[in-house]
Design a protein around this ligand. Structure first.
Ligand code: ATP
Length: 953
């Protein structure tokens, strides 16, 4: 099916050869029809001025300059101005605008200006945080490169999808995303998933055969692969004819892929909370205003100030953007730990994960295969050497009779030919230190290595017996085969899961002779398979047959039947080093791990025991076909126990995820293949492999593991739990000062102004939008608390703001902080020898302003202790070994600098309404700063004691 390399160049009507500039896709089609699907195979390369070996690098570079990068133009984002405006028109901002206007109406222009100013600063701050969060996620998107394999100068290379140009020859494999429109020149069992283009999710078979001229929709152009679609199965080669906006997809829509920035449930909850709080604040403000007007002779203007104070005190202005920023920062921390999160809401779901369904190969294991043993009917052999280098030998296992050399050769030849992998030698300059590397499937690479160890020259053999047909690996069939033609004969080589392959065999090779397969042979094969599997080895069976007659119209199942069994190949794939610790962490954190492997049960069990995933004496191994026979209730019951799912297919994954979710679990599932996409989408957290995974899986997933390592999932769960805990911490921290600020207003109102107002609106704003902000951000970056991964996961429907949080922040810490403010206020009068004519107190007097400054400083100093109190929830802050958080000290420094500025810098004194404090005033102020921390220590001690007692019970 390969296009002949030396086809005569096609000419146009005048006999001129066609070149790049005559090609379609914006380059002009010359006399060949414009539709590349009608071009004869022999004309494809020359029509696009390319060759079967692809373009050379220089030519590709020139074309890139000529046609531009292969990228779709970004759809216009929401204009910056509109987004900026959005931060000034939400409910909270509208309230503040109204408040400011009210102040103007009441003849208090300085308050009005201040409130307006606050709204402006607040809006700008929120906009800046949003922008930063967006930048952070944007940067992550760039970490997920989209690349494609092409032929350049005759060799395969991975290039960025953006660098693709017309004439490039793409090498397509299952799961690849197709980044440009291209005409197929080779197709083996190829089918494309064109759902992005046609909405049709059934894979569309593709071939290289030219079509007759005629108008047809894209889906009917069967020899074209389109940008934005992907390879559902099979493999092939295609020559690019249109890139970027010139592709079919570019014409229809912008490719929506990668990061989705949607509001997470947490953000939505916060939105609801802050709206509720705002409404509540306005309600209380108005009610108290009416009460005060009715009960006291307070002038209307002061009444307005008072109501405004209550409203502003209660509204947590800066909270929402701070949450978004914390989530975005968490995604960056996760990326540093090799987990790329594509949606902010996934961060929260990670924190509630109760079950992780994981593959074995590559995720729990290293995916570094080394063949250790061969089993043949005539005897067993062992293989020495490690890694993918050809050093090592195939020899008799100590003391036992070896297998017949011709049989060993046949076994390894078959396994080496039914094989798409390549093993690459270290570069010459790295000789000695460099490692042999693998292109393709490591399982297959290991088979090529063992063939080399046995002295078989596979490259030579492939020339002698070229491949004529592929029956690609299918995870449901668990086997692959290839057909080769040599000396007029066609021979099929097949390899796959031993039991399943054996079932398709009718004879077995013993000492170069094929004898009928009897029960004793079968028992021998299966016993050897079990024995290897119990040692944790991955075992493949190998078989062959000669095909007589035409291949036309013969079904795959018919070709792969009546096989001759050649033997077993057992390979080692050791568990990853970090996995045992990660499994232990999950155990403590109340997260179940369910291994769902395509491999044989005993192999899976052996690995699972080695990493501590299974510990019970009797573990239930359930195979895929047993799952098929169960209804959902039975399956749910099985999944409740210690179980290992073996010989599963991606369809089982989807079903298991669905059943687990039905039982109330929050499920994370790993996947790498095209068929895993539905399960990845269905799961609460779809986790795709960044290295071994296909583009399709990566696109369907919520999170991509850059190192394919199970341990990275557990790290991400820890980050997910941490960020949630941190958001709670700063919410609680902010609520404490909000409660404290409300107390002076309430006392003032309820006492009918007999208790003077210790803080006014400007002071409240100084705390809410000044001194509190940096410390709150610092809490958002706190390290995980000890024991965070020793607790069961948070319930998904648990609210961020709980009764416990409100009791702690508003009552246990908020009321004392409010009383501190009042005490400091009175202390200032007392120390100045004031007699107590409270009702006649001149509101503008120096002493009064100094006393309010003292109350303000009291709140700020108490917040310093509160900041440290909020570092932990149950653990004592005095316990050593906590990770330092430099932001915390920056937070404290900013807080203190701000309060000093407000108290001592004259222009600020004027705006905020303060007066300088004598130096001695700082003695009680500093003395109260640890108060909240100590109060909270007492609470934490009680909580810990209760937990200990609860644990003993
Ligand atoms: P896991 O699902 O844990 O990653 P796995 O790699 O064994 O494990 P699959 O890729 O679904 O899962 O493979 C299923 C089975 O198919 C394997 O256990 C093996 O017996 C067989 N198999 C895997 N790769 C090949 C291959 N390249 N050629 C032939 N058979 C294969």
């Amino acid at each position: 099916m390969r296009a002949p390399a030396t086809s005569p160049p096609p000419t146009d009507a005048d006999g001129r050869p066609l070149g790049l500039h005559d090609a379609p896709g914006g380059l002009g089609a010359g006399s060949l029809p414009a539709d590349p699907s009608t071009w004869p195979l022999s004309a494809v390369y020359s029509a696009l001025a390319s060759t079967p070996g692809g373009l050379d690098e220089d030519e590709a570079a020139v074309r890139l300059v000529q046609v531009g990068p292969n990228a779709l133009e970004e759809a216009a984002a929401v204009p910056l101005l509109r987004r900026l405006a959005g931060n000034f028109t939400h409910l909270m901002a509208l309230l503040l605008w109204a408040g400011g206007a009210l102040a103007f109406a009441a003849g208090l222009p300085e308050i009005g200006v201040a409130v307006f100013l606050v709204n402006v600063i607040n809006g700008l701050f929120a906009f800046w945080q949003e922008y930063k969060a967006e930048r952070a996620t944007e940067a992550l998107r760039k970490l997920l490169p989209s690349s494609v394999t092409v032929l350049r100068g005759g060799a395969e290379r991975r290039v960025a999808a953006e660098e693709l140009v017309p004439g490039d020859v793409m090498v397509l494999a299952e799961g690849d995303r197709i980044p440009a429109d291209a005409r197929l020149v080779e197709a083996h069992e190829l089918a494309a998933d064109q759902s992005t283009l046609t909405g049709e999710s059934y894979p569309a078979p593709r071939t290289a055969a030219p079509l007759p001229a005629g108008d047809r929709p894209p889906s009917a152009r069967t020899n074209i692969v389109f940008a934005g679609t992907s390879v559902a199965r099979g493999r092939g080669k295609a020559v690019v004819f249109a890139t970027g906006m010139r592709t079919e997809f570019g014409g229809i829509a912008r490719l929506t892929q990668g990061m989705r920035i949607d509001d997470s449930p947490l953000q939505r909850e916060l939105g609801r909370v802050s709206k509720a709080v705002a409404v509540l604040a306005v309600g209380i403000g108005i009610a108290l205003f009416v009460l005060v007007q009715a009960l006291t002779p307070m002038p209307f203007g002061r009444g307005v100030v008072f109501a405004l104070g209550i409203i502003v005190a209660f509204v947590p202005e800066g909270m929402l953007p701070t949450v978004t920023l914390s989530l975005a920062m968490a995604t960056q921390r996760m990326a540093r730990r090799n987990a790329l999160v594509k949606r902010l809401s996934a961060v929260e779901a990670l924190g509630c994960t109760t079950v992780i369904c994981t593959d074995k190969t590559g995720t729990l294991t290293q995916n570094e295969m080394t063949v250790r043993a061969l089993w043949l009917a005539s005897g067993a052999m062992e293989v020495t050497g490690v890694g993918y280098g050809p050093e090592g030998e195939v020899r008799r296992a100590g003391g036992r009779p070896g297998a017949a050399p011709a049989d060993v050769r046949m076994l390894l030849l078959a396994a080496g030919l039914a094989n798409d992998a390549r093993v690459v030698a270290p570069r010459a300059d790295e000789a000695g230190s460099g490692r042999w590397t693998v292109v393709g499937d490591p399982t297959e690479a290991a088979l090529r290595v063992v063939a080399a160890k046995a002295g078989i020259d596979l490259t030579g053999e492939e020339q002698v017996a070229p491949r004529v047909l592929d029956l690609p690996f299918d995870s449901a069939l668990k086997r692959m085969s290839t057909l080769h033609r040599a000396a007029g004969r066609v021979v099929l080589y097949s390899k796959g899961a031993p039991k399943e392959l054996l079932a398709r065999c009718t004879s077995i090779r013993v000492d170069s002779v094929d004898v009928p397969l009897d029960d004793e042979h079968r028992r021998g094969v299966l016993a050897a398979n079990d024995e290897y599997s119990r040692q944790g080895l991955r075992v493949l069976g190998v078989a062959t047959r000669e095909i007589v007659g035409s291949l036309r119209g013969v079904e795959r199942g018919d070709l792969e039947s009546s096989l001759v069994f050649l033997g077993l190949i057992a390979m080692m794939d050791p568990p990853r080093d970090e996995v045992a610790a990660a499994v232990a962490t999950c155990r403590r954190a109340g997260i179940r791990i369910l291994m769902m492997t395509g491999d044989y049960g005993l192999t899976g069990e052996s690995i699972a025991r080695r990493i501590g995933l299974l510990t019970g004496p009797r573990v239930r191994i359930v195979n895929g076909d047993e799952i098929d026979a169960m209804d959902d209730d039975e399956l749910a019951a099985v999944l409740g126990g210690e179980v290992l799912l073996a010989r599963t297919t991606p369809a089982h994954k989807l079903r298991v995820v669905t059943v687990l979710q039905g039982a109330g679990h929050v499920v994370a599932v790993t996947g790498d293949g095209v068929n895993d996409a539905p399960a990845l989408k269905r799961a609460d957290i779809g986790v795709a492999m960044g290295m071994a995974g296909t583009d399709v899986a990566r696109e369907a997933a919520d999170m991509v593991l850059l190192d394919d390592n199970f341990a990275s999932i557990v790290n991400a769960v820890e980050e997910g739990r941490t960020v949630y805990a941190d958001i709670r911490k700063f919410t609680s921290y902010i609520f404490t000062s909000n409660a404290a600020e409300a107390i002076p207003f309430t006392l003032f109102g309820l006492s009918g102004a007999r208790i003077p107002l210790a803080l006014d609106v400007m002071h409240v704003l100084t705390v809410d939008l000044g001194t509190d902000l940096a410390p709150a951000l610092a809490l958002g970056a706190e390290a995980p608390e000890r024991g965070l991964m020793d607790r069961p996961p948070r319930a998904r429907d648990e609210h961020l703001i709980t009764r416990r949080l409100l009791l702690r922040s508003l009552v246990w810490l908020g009321i004392p902080e409010g009383l501190v403010a009042m005490t400091m206020f009175y202390l200032r009068f007392w120390s100045a020898g004031f007699g107590g004519q409270w009702l006649d107190l001149p509101a503008t007097g120096r002493l009064y302003r100094s006393a309010t400054a003292m109350a303000l400083a009291g709140v700020v100093m108490a917040q310093v202790g509160n900041l440290f109190a909020h570092r932990t929830d149950r653990e004592s802050v005095f316990r050593r070994g906590r990770r330092p958080n430099p932001l915390l000290w920056i937070g404290v420094a900013t807080e203190l600098a701000l309060v000093l500025a407000v108290v001592y810098v004259p222009p600020l004194q004027k705006v905020i309404g303060t007066a300088a404090l004598p130096a001695a005033a700082w003695v009680p102020l500093i003395a109260v700063s640890p108060l909240l921390m100590l109060l909270d220590e007492a609470r934490k001690a009680v909580v810990r004691r209760r937990e200990r007692l609860g644990g003993q019970r």
